[in-house]
Design a protein around this ligand. Structure first.
Ligand code: 475
Length: 841
């Protein structure tokens, strides 16, 4: 149906087109209108929740207007677009970000104040959009911000989970998970009830030859689930470009429960179909860096991929171009292997639905996709059992077998007679049951594969994907070191620092060209500047200290050294190394005379992060941290010299308070295990130093900021394998200081030691896979260097200024430009400043 308004009537439309507000008065008018009409309230019952709702709706309307224009502009220009497929988008809050990105936060602040509200209170009403676990999901969110800010025609595609990552409560030192129902009121999404896609599951495949002797496959039967689109506008910073994040929500095909069954008294099964369908987008799997191979997860993946590809292909078909032009118009980036089925689905659409030959279709497919790997941990590499696959997606499994056959034939031609190679690289693992190796499928079906930091990209080429480098050549594999958006992680999280930098570098330009930070180098020894710099850090620590007091009841001294480790709890990230170090410090303090204690640098050790609900060892680490805190925090011998804090429910909005408050932060993974890390970048950008291993992006951070400005310790990635071998087959001698720490734990000093037996045992008795004991001495020594360095505040502040000045490289804008040039081959669509765009300095 033609829905376009005919020419003669378009003038009326243009005349009455929505005009985004710019002034304070217009903003207030919108807020009052939303309170009084949309929310059906008045000045007599407008609480902070209602004010938040109204302010958000005012901004959402504004974003939607720009969104519409952006989409029209992009459609009209008809240039290549990027689709970023990610099962996770860890967006955090939207209001503050929207206000800052459109440059109207001061307008909103004054407007809200005139209406009787403080903007901070209003911002704090918002529930985080927490549709992700950790690094991978937050990276996707930073990328959306950068793509919009750089004016790339780019969409994100994901799932609209009803429940995001669980909320963490700490009860008696244990993690308790509480569901995160966040959709009660979400003004940031825009339901598109007209955009609904049927997605098929199960059924069977019928094959026959048509009149021309062509093989035809029909996937029939099974069950249909409906995918409804929900659009979330993504505003760029200081540009009208407003891109789209489209999230799919599942519903039963009928949309209703079975009334027949209901009437005949079969109440339960009358709603069963509906519930089963809605389960698909119900909940985010809470595992970070782990694959559990559950059928519902595969269902989520196909549901999301099928709906997204249908949408992308439909948009392409409107342009009436030849299929061969598909990769010239469309780049699809796979955020890890989770969307790898998109490769198979596009091949299926092209051969089964559109009638292309295999080879023609396969060329299009491989030229369209790029695959980003985020981890080398074997337990995180996705594999699906063939029987499960066969049942859920029978036609896709056939296509995978065909892809594998053609691929193995090409390998055979290149390496004749190398049967071992064929077994190693086969997309199908010949195990019991057979498994589909998704990473291999993603490599074979993409034109570029990238890791997320230099070390990681080198490691994937020499370890898990070694054979594929031989087969495809080294050029298929590349590196794009991760980045973070300075809009959220500097301007929004640390407004005072952003303001200071702006005042010295000629405005907010550095937020779009982060290398401008370089200009700060000349202030590294400037007395006045250093004083302001230090004051801001102190104020941020006071803010965190208040938060610590209100959330844990513990008083911490903001003059202490704040030592922070916040990230998902995982053995490879080694929060256990940190807490053992804390216990070692405690032992040291206890053994000192009061005079000796006076020379110590007081420290607050702050932890935060969620454990996957089924990850027992990670939960044990949380338990130990809390129990150690309970003992140390009330020991009068210790006082302010050491405090141990576990912050409950670490998430994006809490990170915005925590990150600007660090003196030192910990990025201490076993070398070779953390693909990149991104919080390392956030902390340094906010004027904190880091203690870390030679792992992930720490290495590049060191290269950029200089080795005098970072505290590195521990064994190198190249030595890990040998050390593990020695643990298992040679002699494994424990570090003597660590033995003392374990002895204290075993004396029940932190509660029943039985609770921690598995943790200490994994190190003492079971091979110490993560090299905690090997790195302990080096860690303790390096922490002592941190204490010493902190005593010289003048020097410390200079280090932090120099570090910030040299962090330009880690903007996600640099990252997106690299993807655009090396992988996507897309260009930004420049925009002229249009009416309504405020620009605040
Ligand atoms: C890395 N998540 C960080 C970050 O590149 C890196 C995997 C399987 C299932 C569910 N979640 C995952 C990850 O693998 C993940 O978050 N990886 C992280 O990606 C961005 O900075 O080093 O661990």
């Amino acid at each position: 149906v033609e829905a376009s308004i005919p020419e003669p009537q378009r003038d009326a439309w243009k005349k009455f087109q929505a005009k985004p507000f710019v002034s304070k008065d217009d903003f207030e008018k919108e807020v009052v209108r939303h309170v009084e009409t949309t929310l059906a309230r008045s000045m007599f019952n407008c609480d902070e929740t209602a004010a938040y709702a109204a302010a958000s709706l005012a901004f959402r309307d504004r974003l939607i207007t720009e969104w519409n224009r952006t989409q029209q502009r992009q459609t009209f220009a008809d240039t290549k677009r990027v689709y970023y497929l990610s099962l996770e988008f860890l967006m955090g809050r939207a209001l503050d970000n929207a206000m800052l990105n459109v440059g109207l936060k001061n307008v909103a602040k004054e407007g809200l104040s005139e209406l009787g509200f403080r903007i901070e209170d209003i911002i704090n009403q918002e529930h985080d959009a927490a549709l992700g676990n950790g690094g991978l999901g937050r990276l996707a969110a930073c990328f959306l911000d950068s793509m919009a800010s750089l004016n790339f025609p780019a969409w994100g595609y994901g799932l609209r989970y009803k429940y995001g990552i669980f909320k963490q409560e700490i009860v008696d030192g244990y993690q308790v998970e509480v569901p995160d129902y966040w959709l009660d009121f979400n003004p940031w999404e825009f339901p598109r009830h007209d955009i609904v896609v049927d997605v098929q599951f199960y059924g069977g495949v019928r094959k026959y030859q048509d009149e021309d002797g062509k093989n035809v496959a029909v996937w029939e039967g099974g069950e249909i689930v409906k995918a409804t689109a929900y659009d979330v506008p993504i505003p760029g910073f200081n540009t009208p470009t407003t891109n789209n994040m489209r999230l799919w929500s599942s519903k039963a095909a009928s949309g209703e429960f079975d009334f027949q069954k209901f009437n005949s008294g079969d109440y339960e099964s009358s709603v069963a179909d509906q519930q089963r369908a809605e389960t698909i987008s119900a909940v985010l799997y809470p595992n970070d860096n782990l694959d559990r191979g559950k059928e519902l997860r595969l269902k989520q993946q196909y549901f999301w991929v099928a709906a997204s590809l249908y949408d992308i292909v439909r948009r392409f078909k409107k342009s009436k171009r030849a299929w061969s032009e598909f990769p010239d118009q469309i780049a699809i980036q796979l955020n890890d292997t989770h969307p790898t089925l998109a490769i198979v689905e596009l091949q299926r659409i092209l051969i089964d639905m559109e009638g292309l030959d295999w080879d023609e279709a396969w060329t299009i497919v491989t030229n369209t996709f790029g695959y980003t790997n985020h981890t080398v941990l074997p337990e995180a590499l996705e594999k699906w059992s063939v029987p499960l696959f066969q049942n859920l997606l029978p036609r896709h499994l056939q296509i995978i077998y065909d892809i594998n056959m053609f691929f193995l034939q090409s390998v055979e031609r290149k390496f004749p007679g190398d049967r071992d190679m064929l077994g190693r690289v086969s997309i199908i693992e010949e195990s019991q049951p057979k498994m589909v190796r998704m990473a291999y499928l993603a490599i074979v079906g993409s034109h570029k594969v990238n890791g997320v930091a230099e070390l990681h990209s080198d490691l994937i080429k020499t370890t898990i994907f070694r054979d594929f480098v031989k087969i495809f050549g080294p050029d298929k594999f590349t590196n794009v070191t991760n980045g973070i958006t300075p809009r959220r992680w500097l301007h929004q999280a640390n407004p005072r620092l952003s303001e200071l930098i702006a005042s010295k570098t000629g405005g907010l330009g550095f937020l779009k060209d982060l290398n401008i930070l370089n200009e700060l180098e000349k202030f590294a020894d400037d007395k006045e500047f250093k004083k302001e710099w230090a004051e801001i850090k102190y104020a941020n620590k006071v803010r965190l200290a208040k938060y610590i007091k209100s959330s844990t009841g513990v008083t911490v001294n903001p003059s202490s050294l704040f030592d922070i480790q916040v990230k998902r709890i995982h053995e490879y990230k080694r929060q256990q190394l940190n807490i053992f170090g804390v216990i070692h410090r405690y032992l040291t303090i206890k053994a000192m005379t009061p005079n000796e204690r006076k020379k110590l640098t007081p420290r607050v050790s702050i932890f935060g992060g969620k454990a996957a609900p089924g990850y027992w060892m990670a939960k044990t680490i949380i338990h130990l941290i809390n129990n150690v805190g309970a003992v140390i925090n009330k020991d009068p011998d210790v006082g302010d010299l050491l405090k141990v804090i576990f912050l409950e429910d670490y998430n994006v909005s809490k990170a915005e308070i925590i990150t600007p408050a660090s003196d030192i932060s910990e990025h201490i993974s076993t070398a070779g295990t953390e693909a990149s890390g991104t919080s390392n970048m956030k902390f340094v950008l906010n004027g904190g130093l880091i203690i870390g291993t030679c792992d992930g992006a720490n290495i590049e951070i060191t290269r950029e900021i200089g080795e005098n400005n970072i505290f590195l310790f521990g064994n190198l990635a190249e030595d890990v394998e040998d050390l593990r071998h020695t643990h298992n087959y040679g002699s494994h001698t424990m570090d003597t200081d660590l033995v003392k720490v374990f002895d204290l734990i075993k004396s029940n000093a932190f509660g029943d030691a039985g609770a921690f037996g598995a943790l200490t045992g994994s190190i003492e008795d079971h091979g110490d896979y993560y090299l905690v004991s090997d790195d302990f001495h080096s860690y303790i020594e390096t922490q002592a260097l941190v204490d010493e360095a902190y005593k010289d505040q003048e020097e410390w502040i200079t280090k932090t200024i120099l570090s910030v000045a040299r962090m330009g490289f880690f903007s996600s804008d640099r990252c997106i430009n690299e993807y655009a040039e090396m992988i996507w081959n897309v260009e930004p669509l420049p925009v002229e400043k249009e009416n309504g765009l405020g620009k605040e300095e």
